[in-house]
Design a protein around this ligand. Structure first.
Ligand SMILES: [Zn+2]
Length: 396
């Protein structure tokens, strides 16, 4: 056996044993609890936020006035209550491109850290996902719902995973995708490793998803899995390899196929810290640097989860601020990191009403002290938050 093959086998075995977070599936009990909870308590109030420097996707503007009116960025301050921001920085509400929702408490945590949009990458049952949608005044979500996973995968052993939805071959692809679309999945998630679906099955699932106009998300935490995901035509590849850094040739394949990377460095850092042989955070960090240098689009995602059986559980909301810091350490500029959590995920996920602060857009806003384009850690200094135009108290 070659060294590479040994590393690959050891990686899969160890990753499977440790249970890399491919998903977080909540219990039915939590679903009913979430449904019983009240929605965000705030109300729409017309606000004129004066003397505020706005992050416009390139840098900070001179101080200006931003109007919040009936859930949107308004035009006229007439009749608004004035709040003097005293030169603080206004960011578009942050977007976490990889979470696993659990209950309404996870939404509240996200909102309290300025994460006003969360893109869930596997959550079940569908009734729970639906109970978390459209919660006025809280984080707005999209979800993959049930992911495509192989029998024997880590995913399949997570509590409550619907065994009837496991995918055993390419002939099941159409049925699987049709069922997810009927349930309301916003995109289709494929588990490529730990161990995962074979190439023919991945290809068939991706083709079926694309035929429905759905984006394809791939979970891939090794170099071999990334190759399979690229071959299958996945639109976004989540995680970066922990075994060896991506090569420039692989980065060029991302770029030519317009594939997007969601590295989840927070999760990769946590996994590498477990001390599993063959896994290194340096491989993950270097992969981000190589992808970034090649010009590949990178989105901020954390893999936040509360899943029993998953040894690394990044905290909802606060971990996105850590992810921004890790992305900067991996080579992104501060403006690029901020874009990775605002305009870029909005574009990549087809959410045209958010990601920038402009008239008519959702009033998803985070007011912070200091200048995060000078020091990315300033995103943590949250003064005020609006989710869909409703103010929410920052977490302590
Ligand atoms: Zn995940």
């Amino acid at each position: 056996m070659s060294t590479t093959e040994w590393t690959r086998r050891t990686f899969f075995k160890n990753a499977a044993a440790a249970g890399i977070a491919a998903a977080a599936g909540p219990a039915l009990l939590q679903a009913s609890r979430a449904a019983a909870d009240t929605q965000g308590a705030g109300t729409f109030e017309k606000i004129a936020l004066t003397n505020v420097r706005v992050f416009d996707g390139r840098g900070l503007t001179d101080p200006r006035t931003v109007v919040i009116d009936n859930g949107r960025i308004g035009f006229s301050p007439l009749g608004a209550k004035t709040i003097d921001a005293k030169g603080a920085t206004l960011l578009p509400g942050l977007i976490d491109a990889h979470v696993h929702l659990e209950d309404v408490g996870t939404l509240e945590q996200l909102t309290g850290y300025g994460v006003t949009t969360a893109l869930d990458m596997a959550c079940w049952p569908p009734s729970l996902v639906n109970s978390l949608r459209h919660r006025t005044g809280l984080t707005d979500i999209r979800s993959a719902g049930i992911p495509a996973a192989a029998p024997g995968s880590v995913e399949s052993r997570l509590p409550g995973f619907p065994q009837s939805e496991l995918v055993t071959g390419p002939d099941q692809a159409q049925r699987f995708v049709t069922a997810r679309v009927a349930e309301g999945s916003d995109y289709i998630k494929l588990i490529v490793d730990i161990p995962g679906l074979d190439q023919a099955t991945l290809d068939a699932l991706a083709a079926a998803a694309h035929a429905y106009g759905k984006l394809v998300m791939a979970h891939a935490t090794s170099s071999a899995a990334v190759d399979e995901a690229l071959l299958a035509g996945a639109d976004m590849i989540h995680h970066v390899p922990l075994d060896t850094a991506l090569t420039t040739a692989t980065a060029a394949r991302y770029l030519s196929g317009k594939r997007v990377s969601v590295p989840t460095l927070t999760m990769m850092e946590g996994f590498a810290a477990l001390g599993i042989p063959g896994l290194s955070y340096a491989a993950a960090r270097d992969s981000v640097g190589i992808l970034h240098q090649a010009g590949v689009r990178i989105l901020a995602g954390t893999d936040s989860n509360h899943k029993q059986g998953i040894p690394v559980q990044p905290a909802f909301g606060t971990s996105l601020h850590h992810e921004l810091e890790l992305l900067v350490q991996a080579g992104l500029g501060t403006v690029e990191a901020l874009r990775a959590a605002t305009i870029l995920p909005a574009q990549s996920f087809g959410l045209p009403d958010r990601g920038v602060i402009s008239t008519g857009y959702r009033a998803d806003l985070v007011l912070v002290d200091g200048d995060p384009t000078a020091d990315i850690r300033a995103t943590r200094n949250i003064q005020r938050i609006w989710a869909g135009g409703i103010e929410y108290s920052p977490a302590a």
